[in-house]
Design a protein. Structure first.
Length: 316
């Protein structure tokens, strides 16, 4: 018996023995949850590689020798340490768009990285630094997830310079003293919860003219660290300053829709915080003030003129 395969038959990539490449999705190689201690050799033609939830400790360049078609590389929940990543291993993956190495044991990220990356996620590692050359030239990177590491303001200084397509940056749950500088003016989302930020530099948001979502909850902000007008940014829709140490409501732009201020030390309600900049009425729909020192009796009579749409939370 001879199996005849016509020459027009599409070329189906081979699959590593340890993994699964579904017949209807042959460019994906599923190697997740298999107790693997190593990365299997990746045949050419594979575009999507799933290696999460294994016991992988190192990344050797040889397994990717023919993997130049790779678009996604998912390595979450393994035991990879920085010193066990062979130098230059990612650089050869010239089409790689998504690199996920969440919940591993990385202390630093070894460049160079493929210039084709558009999304990189390194959540829950032990990264303590991000030298400025690491991310240099990643002009297509739009989303960068760095939460749950040990980064400090000093060790990430300059790291984001030149990421000219960056839209989403999450640096929550690190050891940052201030919001990072040098971020591209394309940024729309900045999450910096659970750090040790005590002040914001005057004019900081003027360099982020399309920012829509800003979260700085669970930090150490005080009134003294919030310069007048620092949140006067007309693109901003959501501002989360909950779980800080503010005593008054900062002035916000009338376009803001959600303002979270619960669990601070706020003891006065000044209507000009909401309608001070232009005098126009505010678009605010959610205002959380619970966990402060304000009761209904502290609310000024002008509220219906300025805050027409708001649902307010005051209960402790
Ligand atoms: C890469 O492909 C070449 C040519 O098909 C082959 O000779 C070589 O063994 C492959 N390397 C690996 C690591 O699979
Ligand atoms: C993490 O890396 C350190 C060395 O940098 C090593 O001592 C430790 O065993 C590693 N932990 C895991 C879970 O792999
Ligand atoms: C960036 O993306 C564009 C559009 O998808 C693409 O043409 C270009 O080659 C990419 N740049 C790099 C360095 O991969
Ligand atoms: C309310 O805030 C404005 C501007 O921030 C200030 O000029 C004014 O004195 C404040 N009013 C009260 C009663 O604190
Ligand atoms: C608020 O920002 C606008 C520009 O968006 C500017 O025209 C206005 O003067 C600013 N107001 C204050 C009080 O900073």
């Amino acid at each position: 018996q001879v199996l005849y395969i016509p020459s027009t038959y599409p070329v189906i990539p081979r699959c590593a023995l340890e993994c699964d490449c579904p017949f209807h999705f042959p460019t994906a190689m599923y190697c997740n949850e298999r107790n693997l201690h190593f990365i299997p050799v990746v045949p050419s033609g594979i575009k999507y590689l799933y290696l999460q939830n294994n016991m992988i400790q190192d990344i050797k360049a040889s397994v990717f020798e023919n993997a130049t078609d790779l678009l996604w590389l998912i390595l979450d929940r393994n035991h990879i340490s920085s010193e066990n990543i062979e130098k230059g291993v990612f650089e050869k993956l010239v089409h790689l768009e998504k690199l996920f190495i969440n919940y591993n044991n990385l202390t630093e990220l070894m460049g160079p990285l493929p210039m084709s990356l558009n999304e990189m996620s390194l959540i829950g590692n032990r990264l303590s630094k991000l030298p400025s050359e690491t991310l240099v030239g990643l002009e297509n990177l739009t989303a960068l997830y760095l939460e749950g590491n040990e980064l400090t303001s000093q060790t990430i200084s300059g790291a984001f310079n030149g990421l000219k397509s960056l839209v989403y940056l999450d640096i929550s749950n690190n050891n940052l003293k201030e919001l990072p500088l040098g971020i591209s003016n394309s940024l729309e989302v900045l999450y910096a919860d659970q750090n040790i930020i005590s002040s914001i530099s005057s004019g900081y948001l003027q360099n982020l003219p399309v920012l829509q979502y800003l979260r700085i909850s669970h930090n150490q902000l005080t009134d003294a660290g919030v310069p007048a007008g620092v949140f006067n940014l007309s693109s901003l829709l959501e501002l989360d300053l909950s779980f800080n140490n503010l005593q008054s409501i900062p002035e916000v732009n009338e376009n803001l829709e959600n303002l979270y201020l619960q669990v601070n030390n706020i003891n006065k309600f000044n209507i000009s915080s909401f309608c001070g900049f232009s005098g126009a009425s505010s678009r605010l729909t959610h205002l959380r003030l619970d966990g402060n020192h304000i009761t209904r009796r502290d609310l000024p009579l002008e509220i219906p003129m300025c805050l027409r749409r708001v649902t307010m939370f005051l209960i402790d």
